[in-house]
Design a protein around this ligand. Structure first.
Ligand SMILES: Nc1ncnc2c1ncn2[C@@H]1O[C@H](COP(=O)(O)OP(=O)(O)OP(=O)(O)O)[C@@H](O)[C@H]1O
Length: 451
């Protein structure tokens, strides 16, 4: 079952999520019980691999109908005779060796085996963040503390954090590296309070050499967690221990964060992951495709598909990856090559959702800027050619790039009639074929608006 499961969900997933669990036994009513090191792992496995696990267990001629995950403690551990072999390696940083009895307060989150520096594609938008992460991952002298990485959803913050942790484990196995999310930090803190074990908590967190806290914006507005985080932070910085923090925005943009924490967070190196550009997206797609090629060697991928996806899906890398996964899975299922038609069919919803909504105002502003005229003149009543032509270009772009109707566009251009808009659109359509200057202007503006 182990090897079957590992090949179904992938070796990395198996190592990270399944291996740390222990089979506890089957309760009446067909409930298979697993001991898990943390609730987080239980929830993750249940949500992501629950169905597969259940299917595999049912297929083994058992009467298992449901799964239950419980956090292991002395009472829930199976007797030695029933015990499953313990996994050799757990994909998580070693807990503090100093205090094994308290280590349940400390374990970090598991590391994703896919999130390494090797699999991280570097481009202009993320090169600084990557360079800073690489430096910290060497585990040398602490030069900036903390390293604060921030950026929008799905731009690679967690990937970089895990990559640092993996590298540190290789480069500096002597260091006690702890990676966890701010949410997990809070849960551990609350657990320690509840169990009256604050001294243990403090001691444990102060015994790590490198502390990595993901999604720190989570603690905003949570006063006592912030307070404790502040003390942990200070104690580690005082001992010259490296701290790495990530958040979805810059420290001064996180609301409900105490000022002293904000300024602490700003006191090291703050680097952001910018939204991806076309080249980076294409690079990421090309690197992912290499992996898929191994998985689906026979699958044919038409030229231009990756460029099309990199151009059209600009929201975030997670969506981009998801689209590619679905595309390969679908194509291999129906046994067809990945053509443009299949891509558009299979990803219709993703493509529609990531169509960036361009507004009429945005078009008007860009066009006015491009022709060096005032916005009020672009929209206003004057019919002089200097204003009328840019106005028609703007109307044309509104028709092409937004879903607005002609009357709506007319209204937004100083209350003009829809026939005026129609005339303007037609005129630009004609001019694009006759006047290369107009054609260039329109193309340039379209690109700028779609970028
Ligand atoms: N530069 C990159 N190269 C390769 N993969 C990347 C890159 N950036 C992001 N990814 C991939 O995109 C997905 C989302 O990245 P990640 O989870 O690190 O984002 P995040 O910034 O932490 O987002 P969130 O704010 O949602 O936590 C991951 O699968 C990650 O491997």
């Amino acid at each position: 079952m182990q090897s079957q499961l590992s090949s179904t969900i992938g070796e990395n997933n198996y190592k990270t999520w399944i291996e740390p669990m222990e089979f506890h036994g089957v309760e009446p009513g067909g409930v298979a019980v697993f001991n898990v090191p943390t609730n987080f792992i239980g929830t993750y496995v249940s949500q992501n691999f629950g169905d597969i696990l259940l299917a595999k267990l049912s297929g083994m001629d058992t009467d298992v109908r449901r799964l239950k995950f419980q956090v292991a403690n002395a009472d829930t551990r199976p007797a030695p005779a029933q015990q499953q072999p313990r996994p050799a390696a757990q994909a998580q940083p070693a807990p503090a060796a100093a205090a094994p009895a308290n280590s349940d307060l400390l374990p970090g989150a598991p590391l994703d085996g896919r999130f390494t520096f090797d699999s991280f594609v570097v481009g202009k938008p993320n090169e600084l963040a990557h360079a800073a992460a690489k430096r910290v991952a060497e585990g040398g002298q602490v030069t900036f503390n903390p390293l604060f990485l921030y950026g929008g959803v799905g731009l690679g913050k967690t990937h970089l954090m895990h990559a640092i942790a993996w590298d540190l484990r290789n480069n500096r196995p002597d260091l006690n590296v702890l990676y966890l999310s701010a949410e997990q930090f809070m849960y551990r803190f609350v657990q320690a309070l509840r169990e009256r074990r604050m001294m243990d908590f403090k001691e444990l967190f102060r015994s790590v050499d490198v502390l990595m806290v993901d999604d720190v914006q989570f603690i905003a507005g949570k006063d006592s967690t912030q307070e404790e985080f502040f003390h942990t932070f200070n104690a580690l910085v005082d001992q010259n221990k490296q701290i790495i923090i990530s958040a979805d925005r810059a420290p001064d943009e996180i609301k409900d964060l105490e000022n002293r924490i904000r300024s602490r967070l700003q006191s090291g190196l703050v680097v952001d992951l910018h939204p991806t550009d076309y080249e980076l997206r294409l690079g990421i797609l090309q690197s992912k495709v290499q992996n898929y090629r191994e998985q689906y060697p026979a699958l044919q991928l038409d030229d231009g598909i990756l460029e099309f996806l990199a151009h059209r899906i600009s929201t975030n890398v997670r969506v981009l990856e998801g689209a590619l996964t679905r595309l390969f899975a679908f194509a291999s299922l129906v046994g067809q090559p990945i053509t443009m038609e299949l891509t558009q069919d299979c990803l219709a919803d993703v493509l529609r959702a990531s169509d960036r909504k361009i507004s009429i105002e945005e078009i008007q502003r860009k066009v006015a800027e491009h022709y060096h005229i005032r916005l009020s003149d672009l929209i206003g009543p004057k019919r002089v050619r200097n204003f009328a032509r840019p106005r028609q270009v703007a109307m044309y772009l509104c028709k092409q790039l937004t879903a607005r109707s002609l009357p709506e566009i007319g209204r937004r251009f100083g209350g003009r009639d829809h026939t005026t808009v129609m005339h303007g659109v037609k005129r630009i359509e004609e001019l694009r074929t006759q006047d290369s200057q107009i054609a260039d202007d329109v193309e340039l503006l379209r690109r700028a608006l779609e970028a």
